[in-house]
Design a binder for this molecule. Structure first.
Ligand code: ADP
Ligand code: MG
Length: 264
């Protein structure tokens, strides 16, 4: 039997309402789920349904209107767990070298030590950016930039990674490659991760589980565990496995099932 793994993240009955001059917008309604340590879950849902709002709540940028979020068993406010956040745009600074971009977060957190510097070098070397430490971001391909952004997040040693459509700014070919690449790095490093995407293939090739959200206000329509019978369970191998198409059809159907479309 699989050993019982601790929960790194637990959401109970989360709702969130935006208040603006135009009125109130209910973005999330009664969302509950949890993530175990080392687990990689993908969240898919229509554009504007509340995916980014959900990640903002989990990293504490927005307070829940209702419900409770626990990280490592503690309420979010009391949590000391390091949470890493990676966005669609890599947000690398052109006036800094790749190495100096990678250590930026460490500088801000006053955590730049001989050990963390060495870790930054190590990660850059392991993940193919060793020759680009002194390059400027504009000298790198989109995929390499995204890798540098991930390394900048990883040197802060987050236990939980939140990824908000991190590949969607890349062209299709690059997105496939970089998605697979970054997915493997996260697995290698043994991180727990929550990936928000509107790309079903990306979700199916990378995650242990797909959480399907409805139109706004987002509710959980279905949670689908992904099981592949592969000797080497890699994103690339998953894409050509027979299960892939079945999962794709299942999730596609779930996403597009008729439901009342709540308008503003
Ligand atoms: P997604 O990431 O799934 O595309 P978001 O979480 O960004 O969706 O937004 C969900 C909904 O919340 C949007 O449809 C929008 O109407 C509303 N919303 C998002 N940000 C704000 C904001 N700052 N003020 C008011 N409403 C917002
Ligand atoms: Mg979004």
């Amino acid at each position: 039997m699989e050993p019982v793994r601790e929960q790194i993240l637990n959401l109970q009955h989360i709702s969130y309402t935006y208040h603006t001059l135009q009125g109130e917008t209910l973005a999330l309604s009664d969302i509950s789920f949890s993530l175990k340590k080392g687990e990689f879950a993908a969240i898919v849902g229509p554009s504007g349904c509340g995916k980014s709002t959900l990640l903002s709540l989990i990293c504490g940028l927005l307070p829940c209107t209702e419900g409770q979020i626990k990280i490592n068993g503690k309420p979010l406010k009391e949590s000391t767990t390091n949470v890493g956040y990676m966005l669609q745009h890599d947000e690398l600074f052109e006036w800094r070298t790749i190495y100096n971009n990678v250590i930026l977060g460490l500088e801000v957190q006053h955590a730049l030590t001989a050990r963390t510097k060495q870790r930054a070098h190590e990660l850059l070397d392991i993940y193919g950016l060793g020759d680009f430490k002194n390059a400027r971001p504009s000298e790198l391909s989109g995929g390499m930039r995204q890798r540098a952004a991930l390394i900048r997040t990883l040197v802060l040693e987050p236990e939980l990674l939140l990824l908000d459509e991190p590949f969607s700014a890349l062209d299709y070919q690059t997105r496939l490659q970089v998605g697979d690449d970054i997915g493997q790095i996260i697995r290698n490093e043994g991180k727990s991760a929550l990936l928000v995407t509107h790309d079903l293939s990306e979700a199916i090739s990378l995650a242990d589980r797909v959480i399907v959200l409805s139109n706004r206000p987002a509710t959980i329509k279905q949670t689908i565990p992904l099981l592949f019978h592969l000797e080497h369970d890699t994103p690339l191998n998953r894409r050509s496995a027979p299960e892939f198409k079945n999962y794709f059809n299942l999730i596609w159907k779930e996403l597009n099932e008729d439901e009342p479309n709540v308008k503003d």
